[in-house]
Design a protein around this ligand. Structure first.
Ligand code: SF4
Length: 696
């Protein structure tokens, strides 16, 4: 038996530390890392069963052109040539990368540098767009910078935790365990705001089963009530917050308890109890996730939550903050290196000074000067023929994007598709002209950043199988070939992930004047000086301390901004689509199941995709438990097994996101969702699609 290797979990944004002890060539014993601050040894079912997923079944082990196995050089040369030729004929915006929160920060950095500094387009977006981009937009609007103003320690110190749009018990289980531990130790109160009664609600002090999409009304109502009770922190507001003209008049009109209860379809007594709990407990963390972000008004919903925290001074204090918790293991690392089409690097935007600064640092020949296409728009552009070469890395958009039927049509039509993946056959690789075999968890070497901004190492404990290579290596080899004769080679002369990390850290510090960024700069600049041995030995560290503890924000005035956000119109059910479809995850599965599907024990929790239906709706449709039923929406239809659940609100149904062509003949949620997005963030609204249900 070899020595244990300290690494981090492959799955969610909690970012749990793992102690992996290899026991054979591709066998490993998994334990929680007791020394990792994010989980202190705890793991959920998915992390616990990681050892069952490291075999080579289904792995992509060699570069492939079509169905032909080829040498690395041949595949790399072809991809470089096709991208170069496409750019020469149609310009830099005719190509795109669609990447992933599964990539390590070093992978993300190199892909971002190639696209934004050397190709000269910002058409690189990530599946994190589907996960937390509304939180990014909300942070930027309120704080002047994309800063997560909370940490897991705040959950230990809070007297009240409000979970909004988050089935934390299933989707971030170790954070949920931490909240439960705080409840047991110090009596922390827990309120869950979610249209569905999920496992997260069990034992909560209060569950508000609000009408889907009514979160802005709820938060505005809370603010109106707090103002009426004299609970607004006027001193904090006067010193630290910009309030738009007419804000309080706007909040006071039409947000009384009764009106809010009616809009949110809530019992007024329950609503009042929530208001009182909020008033009684100044140490409040409001943690939100996809129920807030995945909405066509997601950014406004984020800002409605932040407004309440700013008005009560509940930010920058121990145990008091709004807290966006990310879905993926490295969504935050992607934000740090600018992995979104709308950001540049080091959380910077495309202001001319930032473009010039990054361009100087990279000695970039062709800097992108404006944001690129966000995920949904990117695939629309592919379908319309405007993007002619696409490289997908570590993600499965043919399943996971909304309107997945049209995403497949776009991939089919795209003249040149490259996919880097660990799995040979996915719904997306079916459209690939070239497949690159990528390193998997347990073979990868680099860093990830979790929801609370803690940077941790992922370390390899198995040899790379076949001809698999790290994603950063694949990108730099394509970059070197694309820039042959143009001097790009030295810009991509990385031998190890530590080389990339140090460059990323130096860029973060380079002439960066962002106010809040100072703390990040100090931390990362210190890391920039370290050598490979120190990179290898890096301990988890969280940058930024307690953001906004001094009450100074990153806006030009140094004050946070409250925003006058209004409740969107909530449509009455349509005759042809009388139900509302909500979507989400199962406890023991992850994304499109390419990894969790390998662990038989994880399948026991939910063996097939089910549509959860309120018994009253089921009775009206003459459906019973276990029937097969077709869910139809304006975009498509798919068949699911019926599961009766009085945790559903009448008129609302729920389906899981995980199943694919590789795993079943039905249960496709991606084909059901509409490609409608939030105007600020571009995040799709997966949570409320008009739908109908009928027996098959
Ligand atoms: Fe992995 Fe998330 Fe579970 Fe932790 S909570 S073990 S990071 S899936």
């Amino acid at each position: 038996m070899r020595a244990a290797v300290r690494t981090t979990c492959a799955y969610c944004g909690v970012g749990c530390g793992i102690s992996a002890t290899p026991t054979g060539e591709r066998e490993v014993t998994i334990r929680g890392d007791e020394a990792h601050p994010a989980n202190a040894g705890r793991l959920c079912s998915k992390g616990t069963h990681l050892g069952e997923t490291v075999g080579l079944a289904g792995r992509l082990l060699h570069p492939m052109i079509g169905e032909r196995r080829v040498k690395w050089d041949k595949a790399l040369d072809l991809v470089a040539k096709r991208f170069r030729d496409t750019i020469a004929r149609h310009g830099p915006d005719s190509v795109a990368f669609y990447v992933s929160g599964q990539l390590l920060t070093e992978d993300y950095y190199v892909a971002n540098k190639l696209m934004k500094g050397f190709i000269g387009s910002a058409n690189i977006d990530t599946n994190s767009r589907l996960c937390m981009s509304s939180a990014v937009a909300g942070h930027n609007r309120a704080f002047g910078e994309d800063v997560v103003p909370a940490s897991y320690e705040d959950l230990d110190k809070a007297d009240l935790v409000v979970l909004v749009g988050s089935n934390t018990a299933w989707c971030h289980p170790v954070v949920y365990q931490r909240i439960q531990a705080a409840r047991a130790e110090r009596g922390t109160k827990l309120v869950v705001i979610d249209p569905r009664r999920t496992e997260t609600c069990e034992g909560a002090d209060l569950h508000l089963p609000l009408r889907p999409g009514s979160d802005v009304a709820l938060m505005n109502g809370l603010l109106a009530w707090l103002a009426e009770q004299g609970m607004v922190d006027k001193a904090f507001m006067e010193s630290h917050v910009e309030v738009p003209e007419g804000f309080w008049e706007y909040i006071a009109a039409g947000h009384d308890l009764w009106t809010t209860a009616k809009t949110c379809d809530l019992n007024p007594a329950l609503l009042l109890r929530f208001y009182e709990l909020f008033a009684e407990n100044p140490r409040t963390v409001t943690m939100f996730s996809q129920g807030i972000n995945q909405s066509i008004r997601g950014t406004d919903q984020v800002n409605a939550i932040i407004n309440v925290h700013l008005a009560t001074g509940r930010i920058g204090q121990p145990g008091a903050a709004p807290f966006s918790i990310t879905g993926q293991p490295n969504a935050m690392g992607g934000r740090e290196v600018g992995g979104l089409a709308s950001t540049l690097a080091a959380h910077m935007d495309f202001a001319p000074g930032n473009v010039a600064r990054v361009g100087r640092f990279w000695a970039a020949p062709t800097m992108a000067t404006k944001p690129g296409l966000k995920a949904v728009d990117m695939f629309r552009a592919i379908g319309e023929g405007r993007i002619k070469a696409l490289w997908v890395m570590a993600t499965n958009p043919a399943v996971s994007l909304p309107d997945a039927g049209n995403v497949r049509a776009a991939l089919e039509k795209c003249p040149f598709v490259v996919v880097s993946d660990v799995i040979a056959n996915t719904d997306t690789t079916a459209y690939a002209d070239v497949r690159f075999p990528a390193a998997a968890w347990g073979e990868k070497d680099g860093t990830v950043t979790n929801s609370e901004r803690m940077i941790s190492r992922q370390r390899p404990f198995m040899a790379l199988p076949g001809e698999a290579k790290p994603d950063w290596w694949i990108v730099k080899e394509v970059a070197r070939r694309m820039g042959q004769g143009q001097g790009w080679g030295s810009a991509f002369a990385y031998d190890t992930p530590a080389d990339i990390w140090r460059e990323h850290a130096r860029l973060t510090a380079y002439q960066n004047e962002s106010r809040y960024g100072a703390a990040r700069v100090l931390n990362l600049a210190a890391c920039a000086a370290i050598g490979n041995p120190a990179y290898d030995a890096m301990e988890p560290f969280r940058w930024g301390g307690t953001p906004f503890a001094d009450g100074v924000f990153s806006t030009p005035s140094g004050r946070a901004r409250m925003l006058k956000v209004g409740q969107m119109d909530l449509q009455a059910p349509l005759a042809d689509w009388p139900l509302t479809l909500n979507t989400g995850r199962y406890r023991d599965q992850w994304h499109t199941m390419t990894r969790t599907g390998l662990a038989p024990k994880l399948a026991r929790h939910r063996e097939e995709p089910m549509v959860e239906v309120h018994p009253a709706d089921a009775a009206a449709l003459e459906l019973k438990e276990g029937d097969l039923a077709r869910v139809s929406t304006p975009r498509g239809n798919s068949t699911f097994r019926v599961m009766l659940s009085d945790g559903q609100r009448p008129g609302e149904i729920f389906t899981p996101i995980h199943w694919t062509d590789q795993t079943s003949t039905g249960g496709r949620t991606g084909v059901l969702a509409r490609p409608l997005v939030d105007p600020h963030s571009g995040q799709p609204g997966f949570k409320s699609t008009p739908a109908a249900l009928a027996r098959v």
